[in-house]
Design a protein around this ligand. Structure first.
Ligand SMILES: [Zn+2]
Length: 189
């Protein structure tokens, strides 16, 4: 998580929905307990009062609610940034045939087709949260989604599962980009 990019959350209460989430603009490599805030279902800070949660907190709330996730993780990587842009016109990245797909919860075979939806990036979080909600309903089998030229959102029943999903998704994204680059180079020679 380079610079102060990305944000991390875990559900601490389901009813009412309460998330522990990283504070806005903090380096994740040196996180302190004071930089983890408690927010409500509208993404507003509950504790400590007056603190500033990540701008994208509302997206975490929507994903936790729609998926019943125990944790939601968001990263900005080189590979997700490239793929989300290159595949934006078709609206999704399709991954199939890779053993590592079995790292996604419930996937038993490399023949699984993982479709990662891509949404246009937006600074209006209310509007973007509504679109994320729609996409999650349309693609009830997705384990992750991409924001164009921005990054990855993934989730899991637990924090460990969500972390595994980040590693699996990032691995697969890197494979796709590197493979495509090699194929293009081979065609030229
Ligand atoms: Zn972001």
């Amino acid at each position: 998580m380079l610079g102060t990019s990305g944000n991390l959350s875990a559900v601490i209460s389901r009813t009412p929905l309460r998330l522990a989430i990283t504070e806005s603009s903090v380096a994740k490599g040196t996180l302190t307990p004071q930089q983890i805030l408690e927010v409500n279902e509208r993404g507003e800070a509950v504790r400590p009062k007056g603190s500033r949660p990540s701008a994208e907190t509302l997206l975490h709330c929507v994903i936790a609610r729609e998926r019943g996730a125990g944790a939601v993780l968001h990263t900005h990587s080189v590979w997700s940034t490239i793929l989300s842009d290159v595949h934006a016109a078709v609206g999704a990245v399709t991954i199939s045939g890779y053993e590592m797909e079995k790292g996604f919860a419930g996937v038993r075979t490399h023949e699984h087709r993982e479709i990662v939806p891509i949404l246009e990036n937006d600074q209006d979080m209310t509007r973007l949260a509504a679109r994320v909600s729609d996409v999650l309903r349309d693609r009830s089998d997705a384990h992750a989604l991409l924001l164009r030229q921005h990054g990855l959102y993934t989730w899991g029943a637990t924090l460990d599962e969500a972390e595994r999903h980040v590693e699996i998704a990032e691995f697969l994204f890197e494979v796709l980009v590197r493979k495509h680059t090699m194929e293009v180079m081979e065609k030229r020679t």
